[in-house]
Ligand binder design. Structure first.
Ligand code: NAD
Length: 261
């Protein structure tokens, strides 16, 4: 399942799921564009580490994906640098937990911009080149919250349901051009995004942080275990492969059975 000669753009890949996906693609020989926030020295170390370990080219973009022009230009710059964007993973995302009537408007706007609209902007930038080359893999990191809701996550659940709709629509529009569009719907994966929401969830529900982990997060997941970033990356790798060419328009759960209930 080699990705040699492919270029992959993975948004939000300085941490968590995105980093695991970028590394999985590089391991299979793809050049990668990593993106996201964080300590500049740590990011440079990661970028060089990918190049050294896997013998590919890795480029870093600090684009703020909550801004339409920066999201669009991320793909334009990647095409200029590598000649094509063959695999686009829309993964950057943030969470905020609050009752709907107290939900800060700026948090709503940020989550819709980053978790939903950014994917529209990168996709509209990437699709013309993919159509021309008759190959493309668009993979959106959705969430179990693309399929079911949880209280206190109005913006996140709205954005993730939106990503599912965008994925299906793009799949239909691009199906005859060798392009696939799919969404991965992870359950709870142990990453900084989950870790950071524990104190606010504890506050919103009047629980201790330990109770949130056991009785709220893992209560939803029949396996009673967190999903790992490598398990999500393994699916993203398969969806990017030639063998996955007939899989399009799907929202695939990796959620330990959560959405089966
Ligand atoms: P994470 O916090 O480890 O990573 C988020 C990444 O997004 C980081 O690289 C961060 O720098 C980047 N980012 C944040 N704001 C950005 C911006 N404005 N522009 C560009 N990059 C930005 O979180 P994660 O858990 O790996 O989340 C990745 C994706 O997976 C998100 O879309 C999230 O909604 C989704 N997801 C996570 C879980 C989970 O349980 N962790 C479950 C389902 C879906």
């Amino acid at each position: 399942m080699s990705l040699k000669s492919r270029t992959a753009v993975v948004t939000g890949s300085t941490s968590g799921i995105g980093l695991a996906i970028a590394r999985a693609y590089a391991r299979e020989g793809a050049n990668v564009v990593i993106n996201g926030f964080g300590d500049a020295a740590d990011i440079e170390k990661e970028r060089l580490g990918i190049e050294d370990e896997f013998g590919v080219k890795a480029f870093y973009s600090a684009a703020d994906l909550s801004k339409a022009d920066e999201a669009f230009n991320l793909v334009v710059e990647a095409e200029k640098t590598f000649g094509s964007v063959d695999i686009l993973v829309n993964n950057a995302g943030v969470q905020f937990v609050s009752p709907v009537e107290e939900f800060p408007v700026e948090k709503w706007n940020l989550i819709i911009a980053l978790n939903l609209s950014a994917a529209f902007h990168t996709i509209r930038a990437a699709v013309p080149g993919m159509k021309q080359r008759k190959f493309g893999r668009i993979i959106n990191t959705a969430s179990a919250h693309a399929l079911v809701a949880s209280p206190f996550k109005s913006a996140y659940v709205a954005a993730k349901h939106g990503i599912a709709g965008l994925t299906k629509t793009v799949a239909l529009e691009t199906a005859t051009f060798g392009i696939t569009a799919n969404a991965i719907a992870p359950g709870y994966v142990w990453t900084p995004l989950v870790e950071k929401q524990i104190p606010d969830t504890a506050k919103a529900r009047g629980l201790t942080e330990e109770q949130v982990k056991k009785d709220v997060l893992l209560a939803a997941q029949p396996t009673k275990e967190f999903v790992t970033v490598d398990e999500v990356a393994a699916l993203a790798l398969f969806l990017a492969s030639d063998e996955a060419r007939s899989i399009t328009g799907t929202v695939i759960p990796v959620d330990g059975g959560w959405t089966a209930a």
